[in-house]
Design a protein around this ligand. Sequence first.
Ligand code: SF4
Length: 120
Amino acid sequence: MRALNPHSSCTKEITLSKIARRKFLQLSAVAAAGCFVQPGREAHASDLPQLSEDDPMAQAMKYTHDASTVDPATRNNPAADQTCANCALAQGEGDWLPCQIFPGKAVAAAGWCSVWAPKA
Ligand code: SF4
């Protein structure tokens, strides 16, 4: 006789709830970052200090200067090459880029964080 597990469906609901909450928080961060963008003035990376991986916000977003060090299984999208250079939230070109998520700081073009989004 097979025993019933009264908690199996409950566990699934909690997992889905955590995923939805994580996605909501990421999208909220993107929306909030958009509020800091100043129309008419494009930031230049050379004007900005480089974002530290030790920055609390960077750590919260799992930012790294080297995207190749990130386990692909932990990424939200299956794309093999997600970097700041091809992220919709980065601006301009070069080795260091202004990013809407980290206003006032420059991120590494080869970097990555958990908010990465494809350019349209
Ligand atoms: Fe910014 Fe995108 Fe790089 Fe994240 S992946 S730090 S959002 S440019």
